[in-house]
Design a protein around this ligand. Sequence first.
Ligand SMILES: NC(=O)c1ccc[n+]([C@@H]2O[C@H](COP(=O)([O-])OP(=O)(O)OC[C@H]3O[C@@H](n4cnc5c(N)ncnc54)[C@H](O)[C@@H]3O)[C@@H](O)[C@H]2O)c1
Ligand SMILES: [Fe+2]
Length: 448
Amino acid sequence: MANLIGDMARAVGLPRLKRAAGVVTRRLPIPQPLLMVGPGASLRLAQAVANFGHRKVFVVTDAVIVKLGLLQPVLDALSAADAGFVVFDTVTPDAPIPVIESGIARYEAKGCDALLAFGGGSVMDAAKVIGLAAANRKHPRELVGYFKGLRAPPPIYAVPTTAGTGSEVTVAAVISDPETHQKLVVADTRLVPRIAALDPALMTGLPAPITAATGMDALTHAVEAYLGEWGTPYTDRMALAAVAMIYRQLPQACTNGRDLEAREQMALASTYAGLAFTRANVGNVHAIAHQLGGRYGTPHGLANAIVLPAVLHWCAPAVQGKLATLAVRAGVGKAGEEEAELARRFVASVEDMNRAIGIPAQLAALRADDIPALAAAACAEADANYPVPMVMSATACESLLLGLLPESPKAARAPRRKPAPESVPVKARKVARDVKAAPTRKATAKRR
Ligand SMILES: NC(=O)c1ccc[n+]([C@@H]2O[C@H](COP(=O)([O-])OP(=O)(O)OC[C@H]3O[C@@H](n4cnc5c(N)ncnc54)[C@H](O)[C@@H]3O)[C@@H](O)[C@H]2O)c1
Ligand SMILES: [Fe+2]
């Protein structure tokens, strides 16, 4: 009953707030980094950074990247140009707060005045928060939410070494709190890096499972940005271009990681998807995936990949036309074919893609006992943040998660292919606009 009341309140109250937020987001000037693209782009970025004459650049990375020798040429380029730098190489997946704390201390102790992030989303996000925290003398927890720092961070430069998060162009940084098992978002337009280098040569050794998971993160960004209610002609173009590129290149990047062309196209697709979702935002898939990442440490891209088909099955009736367009851009159908059939084919193609690149259909770590809390937190996150095309009830979310349980008898019973009746398509909700707005739920977490 409590859930039902909550679901009704959410259906009639929050859309107004989110529409208002959508108007603001559409008008917000979001800077776009200068992009350097192609093999060797990271060295060109290093030369440009050296020429800016910073006192000392704080190079943020992780131990795997250092061990693989990927960073050394960039450090050599900085040294050759007489640029001062300090390397901070202890970032771990999901940028945990204690790691960021030690980064802030090191940044300040060494008197740095710029940051160069060289790694995946975890590294880029750690660098963003280290910079913002140092500029504002605040703890990372105090920066969670939107525009929580008065002062701008020092200049941030980014070299992504995975093709997935798009963090090199986004306003967001996702960090994790090991104490509460939550993932938290820090968002500020000044977190967008000034220059980003998309260097496919750095990605040729990325193992296939990470290539697959991060690629599906990029696909999820593009799909959720396109299906959500804040899309603009610009974000739609970026999202659709990203989908087309990912469908063409992701299987090849997984099976032949040394294919520079496939790697470059995936890096570009990830950036395009980032440009789309940093304005149009994400949706229910991310809301659920963040809970799985926080609770079980499931890699972000893997969680999205497993959840995406289930959410698409569930919301398909509300977004059939858009799914049909996605099918055409993904190359699994032709313009002019029947819309319902195209939509069905796109959803099936996401499952086929997962299968082809080795993503499981269920989540091994998921426990049935956790599902009610996971569903409640996912709904709260989506309510507070995301312009979803269809509001997900806690009941529908629980059903969906039951379908992801490994080898559970409940999995077989879970109604994965039908929308739960108590879930409310956004278009249907609009007739309820004049119903007195219910008090909004406070966000329990702001995440991306
Ligand atoms: N800021 C944003 O807009 C945004 C968007 C989506 C996701 N995220 C966040 O980003 C994080 C995930 O980032 P990710 O998916 O890039 O993974 P990641 O940065 O955690 O890296 C995954 C693993 O790949 C390794 N790795 C990275 N590059 C490599 C390379 N070139 N060769 C070999 N190994 C390499 C890393 O050492 C690490 O072990 C999550 O915390 C997620 O929530 C942020
Ligand atoms: Fe993501």
